[in-house]
Write a protein of this length. Structure first.
Length: 364
């Protein structure tokens, strides 16, 4: 090899070594930059809310969350993200309870109360606490309703199952249970109403119909049945009114009533006759008492005058009087209750009493 060839060969080797060195330097620089960037992003991550707050919430260490928000109060992005994470955690607690994945209501309530103490999360978390309480009631109603269905206590079962809210994981089950047992419930209502009608307990029968009517099913059939019960109730009331009027007309006959003002105190005198065909044990008269200025006694409370006649036989007349005091001189009827020796009673309303005192009961 000539001298010139050796020179060019050495020069080429030198250039290759230089290229290799430059490549190494470039790679080294890139590695340094990558490490620096990675370190920066690692620092950002391990000091950011996703890691710090996430770890604290996982460990249920709410004080660390509060401290993080306080320490980063000037960094709106970090604090906003931290608060969102707290709210998400609160929502998760509620959802777990709704889906029967939580330990207990008390545990969930306690956790939500702690989260409510985090700055900026109180209103949202307290709203979830209210929802959590509603969910507790819903789950309680589901449990009761399920047991009552098994016992065929349909009225209370449906009332409870109908109270299960849509957010409750038991909602669909509750709806299915009501659908599956509706016909049995309706049959039971009709059986109960038939028994109550036999006892003339129409109000209870109609209340029971109202309860099943609220479910919104079988509307036409239920309303038809309701009209039948209502018609029977009206007929019964009409019969009872006639019977009541007959009892009034055959109870006592008012002979007279007057006020004696001759003594120190005014006395109210009455005379009546037993025309009931039975023996009267006592008569309680309720009157409204007025003074000479037209003011009613005791702020409008009727005063009771009880005549304990013990044994007033049919056809006998009875007189009684009561001292009213010097200041009272006017008496108006209110009500009267007659108790017979056989234990039965008859009661006059105010209007009926007024007609009795003027012997006009035939106007009823």
């Amino acid at each position: 090899m000539s001298g010139r060839s050796a020179y060019y060969e050495n020069h080429r080797k030198s250039l290759r070594k230089g290229d290799q060195m430059r490549k190494k330097i470039i790679i080294l620089v890139i590695l340094v930059l990558l490490l620096a960037g990675g370190g920066f992003y690692a620092y950002q991550y391990f000091t950011g809310p996703e890691y710090v707050v996430g770890k604290a919430l996982e460990a249920n260490n709410i004080n660390d969350v509060k401290a993080y928000i306080k320490e980063n109060s000037t960094d709106v992005d970090k604090t906003d993200q931290a608060k969102r994470m707290v709210k998400d955690k609160a929502k998760e607690i509620y959802q777990n309870y709704a889906n029967d994945k939580a330990k207990s209501y008390d545990d969930c309530e306690k956790s939500l109360k702690e989260l409510a103490g985090v700055e900026g999360c109180k209103e949202y978390t307290e709203s979830l606490q209210k929802d959590l309480l509603k969910m507790k009631v819903s789950k309680g109603q589901f449990g009761l309703g399920k047991g009552q269905i098994e016992k065929k206590e349909y009225a209370t079962a449906f009332k409870n199952l109908n109270g299960v809210i849509k957010q409750d994981c038991n909602y669909k089950t509750a709806q299915k249970m009501m659908n599956d047992n509706y016909d049995a419930y309706w049959k039971k209502v009709q059986e109960d109403c038939a028994e109550k009608v036999k006892k003339n307990d129409y109000s209870s029968a109609l209340n029971e119909i109202d309860e099943i009517k609220e479910l919104g099913k079988n509307k036409e059939e239920i309303e038809k049945y309701e009209k039948e019960i209502t018609a029977k109730q009206k007929a019964y009331k009409k019969r009872q009114k006639k019977l009541h009027i007959k009892q009034l007309k055959h109870s006592i006959k008012w002979i007279k009533s007057d006020m004696d003002r001759s003594g120190f105190t005014n006395q109210f005198h009455i005379t009546y006759k037993n025309v009931s065909g039975k023996t009267i044990k006592k008569v309680e008269f309720l009157f409204r008492l007025y003074d000479i200025y037209g003011e009613e006694w005791s702020g409008g409370t009727p005063i009771s005058f009880t005549d304990t006649c013990k044994s007033l036989k049919n056809g006998e007349t009875r007189s009684a009087y009561w001292d009213l005091g010097a200041g009272y001189d006017k008496v108006l009827p209110h009500e009267t209750c007659i108790t017979y020796k056989d234990g039965s009673t008859v009661t006059f309303s105010t209007k009926e009493m007024m007609l009795l005192m003027i012997n006009q009961l035939n106007k009823l």
